[in-house]
Design a protein around this ligand. Structure first.
Ligand SMILES: Cc1cc2nc3c(=O)[nH]c(=O)nc-3n(C[C@H](O)[C@H](O)[C@H](O)COP(=O)(O)OP(=O)(O)OC[C@H]3O[C@@H](n4cnc5c(N)ncnc54)[C@H](O)[C@@H]3O)c2cc1C
Length: 389
């Protein structure tokens, strides 16, 4: 359905990426059929701009469109190799265009959600509502949900501990069968650790087709040729490949920050990376977005303000994330060796529960026991006290 200029909506979703579409999917439920909802994005959302990986215990909302799912992962530290048995978890691969199509098909079948393809210039908020000014006109609503990462928010995120997680990946076709289609490479740190923490991951579609991505945690992003050199050298030395054909290329950067992102500005509620859903220590965002969307929909169902405030557990994990990020930023300890300790001294399930912020306190202590204790205790205390300044 087309948007009507000047009309007041119940909710406007500004930005139809991972977070905007995930929330719109929840609001496509018949419980919300008496609300008027507008979804706005500059893009038609048909592009192949990213591939998400995330893990879930068993079945999930996007299983029908996940390209692949695995129950084990390979991990290579600088000194140790390990196959990680996920014990019930499944590691899932979801391509951007498959997710966008799945979400937009479901949303377009709902007459209460309207779509507007336009450039958003500005969102403004008042006492009882908010406005979105776009190239297609201005729209108002009781609540605006925005996943637009505004410059001032990004700038303040860069004030604390901050790294970019930046990467470039090639989908490659090989003549020989070199990939194990039943087991992706989660992290391979057998790469030069220059200018930050560097690793490669491999997501196999088949034994001779895979997405191989070179990833770096560092203060500055690299020029394209640097990732390409890294990929070439990895393919030759670790997969013993002489030649390959490059298909689709994926690149991007994700902010890893210790900052507390604003949850709202008046009646504008922030979603996705802009709403602090990116985990500061790893860059994983997709699962947090799903949990955040569920929580917002639950509040709207109860006619309560859709503001999800971080609970005590979230605050505690934020402190853990900041401690790890500070160690990486300050260069106290090699990132490669740190992740090696975490993934070789803990069962994979414990680590995935910890990264999902779902571990119980005993498991949290076991994870903490696997990192250099004195260093982490010192950084933890610094983070703790800096929150109170
Ligand atoms: C290449 C890549 C791979 C990633 N892989 C993973 C992964 O494997 N696992 C994981 O957990 N996380 C991953 N992430 C991190 C995170 O999950 C994604 O960035 C995710 O898309 C964030 O969702 P979002 O809705 O906040 O932002 P986006 O998905 O970027 O959505 C923002 C939307 O706003 C629109 N927009 C922006 N500005 C305007 C404007 N002015 N006017 C109109 N529309 C506008 C954009 O077109 C876009 O559709 C990845 C990120 C990237 C970049």
């Amino acid at each position: 359905m087309e948007a009507v200029k000047g009309t007041a909506y119940d909710y406007i979703i500004a930005g139809a990426g991972a977070a905007g579409l995930s929330l719109a999917l929840r609001l496509s439920h018949p419980d919300f059929s008496n609300r008027r909802i507008l979804l706005i994005d500059r893009s038609a959302k048909t592009e192949n701009d990213r591939t998400w990986c995330f893990w879930e215990d068993g079945d999930g909302l996007f299983d029908s469109v996940c390209k692949r799912q695995w129950s084990q992962l390979d991990f290579f530290g600088p000194n140790t190799a390990r196959q990680l048995d996920l014990s019930g978890y499944r590691y899932k691969m979801l391509r951007g265009p498959d997710f966008y199509r799945f979400a937009l098909d479901q949303i377009s079948a709902c007459s209460h959600i309207e779509w507007c393809q336009a450039e958003i210039y500005h969102t403004g908020h008042g006492e009882t509502g908010a406005e979105v000014h776009t190239s297609a006109g201005s729209f108002s609503a009781r609540w605006v949900f925005s996943s637009l990462l505004e410059n001032d928010v990004l700038k303040s995120a860069q004030q604390g501990h901050f790294l970019w997680q930046h990467f470039l990946g090639w989908e490659i076709q090989t003549d020989q069968a070199v990939f194990n289609p039943n087991c992706p490479v989660f992290m391979d740190f057998r790469t030069p650790q220059r200018d930050g923490t560097c690793f490669v991951y491999v997501l196999p579609y088949s034994s001779n087709y895979a997405l191989v991505e070179y990833t770096v945690f560092s203060a500055e992003v690299w020029p394209t040729y640097a990732y390409e050199d890294g990929l070439r050298s990895y393919l030759k030395s670790h997969l013993q490949l002489g030649s390959w054909q490059v298909g689709h290329v994926e690149e991007g950067k994700i902010p890893m920050s210790s900052a507390v992102f604003p949850v709202r500005r008046g009646h504008v509620v922030f979603l996705g990376t802009a709403g602090g859903q990116t985990k500061g220590s790893t860059g994983y965002t997709f699962s947090n977005i799903q949990r955040h969307s569920d929580a917002i929909a639950a509040l709207l169902r109860q006619a309560r303000p859709p503001i999800v405030t971080p609970d005590f557990r979230r605050q505690r994990y934020h402190l853990y994330d900041n401690t790890l990020l500070s160690v990486l930023c300050l260069g106290d300890y090699s990132g490669a060796e740190l992740f090696e300790r975490l993934f070789t001294r803990n069962p994979a399930r414990r680590m995935l529960r910890f990264l999902d912020e779902a571990a119980h306190f005993g498991e949290e202590l076991q994870v903490m026991n696997s990192v250099p204790r004195r260093l982490f205790a010192r950084r933890f205390m610094q983070e703790w006290f800096s929150r109170r300044d």
